[in-house]
Design a protein around this ligand. Structure first.
Ligand SMILES: *[C@@H]1O[C@H](CO)[C@@H](O)[C@H](O)[C@H]1NC(C)=O
Ligand SMILES: *[C@@H]1O[C@H](CO)[C@@H](O)[C@H](O)[C@H]1NC(C)=O
Ligand SMILES: *[C@@H]1O[C@H](CO)[C@@H](O)[C@H](O)[C@H]1NC(C)=O
Ligand SMILES: *[C@@H]1O[C@H](CO)[C@@H](O)[C@H](O)[C@H]1NC(C)=O
Ligand SMILES: *[C@@H]1O[C@H](CO)[C@@H](O)[C@H](O)[C@H]1NC(C)=O
Ligand SMILES: *[C@@H]1O[C@H](CO)[C@@H](O)[C@H](O)[C@H]1NC(C)=O
Ligand SMILES: *[C@@H]1O[C@H](CO)[C@@H](O)[C@H](O)[C@H]1NC(C)=O
Length: 454
């Protein structure tokens, strides 16, 4: 159901992204007396990973302090070539050591374990080279001669480094790079030469600049998480043509329209919340197939009419477009979202009637939370009344006569005298609903019924 750290329940993590101030002692090799303060952003989601583990040993037995090299830091003598398990690991040693010298903070002291020849120590249950996990590449012998670094998981390490270029891209057999909650900066290197690569989690770091175009050609990518960084600018359309399962772009400075090919995405989880996107929710959303389950547009500056096509995305469980400038009536097609559990449209400029077909989803479907507060709705269907009472439906701050906590009458009158945009009311219901006409006959006659929603 919900990906940890995205939506249900209540998007708590997304919204309440706690800033935990922690004064930590750094273990930096170049300046080993340095004591410095850093703000650690706690509370961000751990990374989601599909079945294939983030490597052996990620059972996360809290590792005892790793053995220090002789001086506690400083360049240790390089191991002799014969000390490495195989020829694949030998060239990775200088890559890791070079990256280590660029690290300017390491609050947990993990880099102290990056010494010696045992790059795959975690595979054998050891504590050297924390963050590096080895596997046998697909189709090769299951012995020490083929073992190679298949995943790097720095989640929560708090490492600071000015760049990951020349590091991540130098592991030819790498499948996953997870670096949630570090302080990595710079550019995202070209990873197209890594044939097994499929998971990139750069969430909650210090990456900046435009959308990292180097991820666009990664045809094998299944999981892309760029949330909580400082990326700015438009999002390239081809990103929605990737065969990803999850795409997290939230909490950056992305702006511009959401590309029209949005609907080509194969993602089940798609989060663009907390950016500055403008323009409408693309009508191509109908084309997302049955795969799209959770989609979060919340807290952008999206405008335009709420598209009828949302009602065609049958598999939706969470739809959240709260905190935007979307207008128009609620299309009756939303009554077809039989799997939807959370629907948030609060904080927009929606108006008209809250249709019964939508409220009935609490009975006939799975709807548990319908947030429509802070809009300009003027009336509710009778099935909706019970939901208000049960606090499933929140209609505070609307224009509903004789309801508590509504907008001042004058504000409502002004809004209805000059609505932000004319949106068509589409009465068509593109599914079979008990008590409603089948789609074929519905279009004309429903319009003739006055489209009251019942
Ligand atoms: C319902 O959804 C709204 C908006 O997403 C959220 O603020 C609220 O906490 C949710 N209520 C419950 C009971 O989960
Ligand atoms: C690290 O500390 C040791 C012992 O306190 C000291 O001898 C050494 O010079 C220090 N190294 C650096 C790079 O500051
Ligand atoms: C990154 O560093 C900045 C500045 O020192 C700090 O405010 C922030 O909390 C750090 N982030 C993480 C995830 O450690
Ligand atoms: C593989 O390497 C590990 C760790 O160095 C070692 O303990 C083990 O004996 C090796 N296995 C074989 C079959 O050589
Ligand atoms: C974050 O990135 C900026 C450059 O965009 C850099 O100046 C700053 O030092 C970085 N912060 C940390 C903690 O690495
Ligand atoms: C619908 O999605 C497919 C890929 O799934 C894409 O090839 C096609 O162009 C999309 N059509 C529209 C109208 O977006
Ligand atoms: C749904 O996702 C699966 C696996 O991610 C993929 O194989 C399939 O093509 C997707 N379906 C569509 C219609 O895109």
């Amino acid at each position: 159901m919900a990906v940890p750290g995205t939506a249900a329940p209540g998007h708590a993590r997304l919204l309440a992204f706690a800033l935990v101030l922690a004064v930590l002692r750094g273990a930096v090799c170049e300046s080993n007396h340095t004591r410095f303060a850093m703000v650690s952003r706690g509370g961000n989601a751990p990374s989601w990973r599909p079945g294939s583990g983030a490597g052996k040993g990620s059972a996360r037995v809290p590792a005892p302090s790793p053995p220090l090299d002789t001086c506690g830091c400083g360049p240790a003598p390089a191991p002799a070539p014969s000390e490495f398990l195989n020829d694949k690991l030998r060239p990775l040693y200088p890559v890791i050591q070079a990256f280590k010298t660029t690290i300017t903070c390491d609050p947990l002291g993990v880099t102290a374990s990056w010494v010696g020849p045992k790059l795959c120590d975690s595979f054998f249950g050891g504590n050297m080279y924390r963050g590096f996990y080895c596997e046998h590449p697909p189709g090769l012998a299951n012995d020490n001669s083929t073992l190679t670094v298949a995943s790097i998981d720095f989640n929560g390490y708090g490492l600071c480094a000015p760049s990951i270029a020349g590091f991540v891209d130098a592991f030819p057999d790498l499948a996953l790079f997870h670096a949630n909650s570090n302080n990595l900066s710079g550019e995202v290197p070209d990873l197209t030469r890594l044939p097994y690569f499929y998971e990139l989690d750069l969430s909650n770091n210090n990456f900046s600049g435009p959308f990292p175009n180097t991820v666009v050609p990664l045809g094998g990518l299944l999981f892309l998480d760029l949330r909580f960084n400082r990326f700015v600018g438009t999002v390239p359309a081809p990103i929605f043509d990737l065969s990803v399962v999850a795409l997290f772009l939230n909490n950056n400075g992305f702006y511009g329209r959401i590309p029209d090919n949005f609907g080509s995405t194969t993602a089940e989880y798609l989060v663009v919340a907390n950016n500055q996107f403008t323009g409408p929710i693309p009508r191509s959303i109908y084309n997302t197939s049955a795969n799209l389950s959770e989609v979060l547009f919340l807290n952008n500056q999206l405008s335009g009419c709420l598209p009828y096509e949302i009602g065609l995305v049958e598999g939706l469980t969470v739809f959240d477009a709260g905190g935007n400038e979307i207008t128009g009536p609620i299309p009756l097609s939303l009554g077809c979202l039989g799997s939807v559990e959370e629907l948030n449209l609060a904080g927009n400029q929606l108006y008209g009637h809250i249709p019964d077909v939508l409220c009935m989803l609490a009975k006939t479907g799975k709807l548990q939370n319908l947030s429509l507060s802070d809009n300009y709705f003027h009336s509710v269907g009778h099935h909706c009344l019970e939901l208000v009472r049960r606090r499933v439906l929140d209609v505070r701050l609307n224009c509903i006569l004789n309801f508590p906590n509504q907008r001042p009458a004058l504000e409502c009158a002004r809004f209805y005298a000059d609505p932000p945009q004319h949106c068509p009311f589409v009465p068509h219901i593109p599914c079979d609903l008990p008590g409603f006409r089948p789609p074929a006959a519905a279009t004309l006659s429903a319009a003739a019924d006055g489209g009251g929603g019942n």
